[in-house]
Design a protein around this ligand. Structure first.
Ligand SMILES: O=C(O)C(=O)[C@@H](O)CO
Ligand SMILES: [Mg+2]
Length: 259
């Protein structure tokens, strides 16, 4: 049976994070993940995770000055101190709650200096994350939602991962972003599976429940099953109405796939 992780950055946003974790459990999710949990005391998150038995699969580094349009710091030349503070904050929080992955957000930048800055900051992140056993993730984002974001394709992310040269860094394969940027999802999942640390889904183009739109997730999930991928898939979409009202896909996807 396929397993799914509720992305609490988008699902049950109206609830405090600990209650969103409980709601995810009640709805039948197998894990949770979120974006920026830093204002919630770790004890509250930890006890909701313990109580529900769910694992937190991932959290993100902070984005910087969001009002000024920043969306991550790690590829911004001259901002290394802030980028590393953000990495330290994320790894510390992830360690406290037993999270599996930390997504290090690159930010809006381009060019060789940005690439080198990103690689050096990622090496720092990997070294810090090695001892607590945390995986560092990097995620290409689409150019419509996040114009100017440093990472925009799978192959660019894989080149960065290769250059970082550490064992604890992988690709976050968000089918929504990668369908918009590149498509050919089945081929890319087959080819790059060993470098993929987490997979996320949403409909394209509207980023809502994954049961409609231009991606056939029944096909994608069947492919992942054949490839032997067994990790929970992240449901990272904006519910069309309420989270609970839109969860029909969860039962159908589970029944139809043996992932
Ligand atoms: O937007 C996404 O997709 C994410 O996974 C976030 O973590 C980054 O904005
Ligand atoms: Mg994503």
């Amino acid at each position: 049976m396929a397993r799914f992780s509720a992305n609490l950055g988008f699902l049950w946003q109206e609830l405090p994070l600990p209650d969103a974790i409980r709601a995810a459990k009640a709805a039948g999710f197998d894990a949770v993940e979120c974006h920026w949990p830093y204002e919630v005391p770790v004890e509250a998150v930890r006890s909701a995770l313990r109580e529900t038995g769910l694992k937190m699969l991932g959290i993100n580094t902070i984005r910087g000055d969001v009002a000024a349009g920043e969306n991550g710091l790690a590829a911004l030349p001259g901002r290394e101190n802030q980028a590393r503070d953000a990495i330290q904050q994320a790894v510390a929080y992830a360690t406290e709650i037993g999270a599996v992955n930390v997504h290090v957000m690159a930010g809006r930048a381009s060019g060789e200096a940005a690439r080198e800055t990103f690689i050096a900051n990622l090496q720092f992140a990997c070294e810090l994350a090695a001892e607590p056993g945390i995986m560092i993730l990097i995620e290409p984002l689409n150019h419509r939602d996040v114009p100017g974001y440093f990472l925009q394709t799978c192959e660019q992310a894989l080149e960065v991962i290769e250059a970082v040269g550490r064992p604890n860094i992988k690709l976050m394969f968000d089918c929504y972003h990668l369908q918009i940027m590149q498509g050919d999802l089945t081929f890319r999942l087959q080819t790059y599976l060993n470098s993929i640390g987490h997979i996320q889904i949403a409909s394209v183009p509207d980023r809502r429940e994954p049961d409609h739109g231009e991606i056939n997730y029944h096909h994608i999930l069947a492919q992942l099953n054949e490839l032997g991928y067994r990790q929970p898939i992240g449901a990272e979409y904006r519910p069309a109405t309420s989270t609970d009202a839109g969860l029909g896909w969860l039962k159908t996807f589970r029944e139809k796939t043996s992932l």
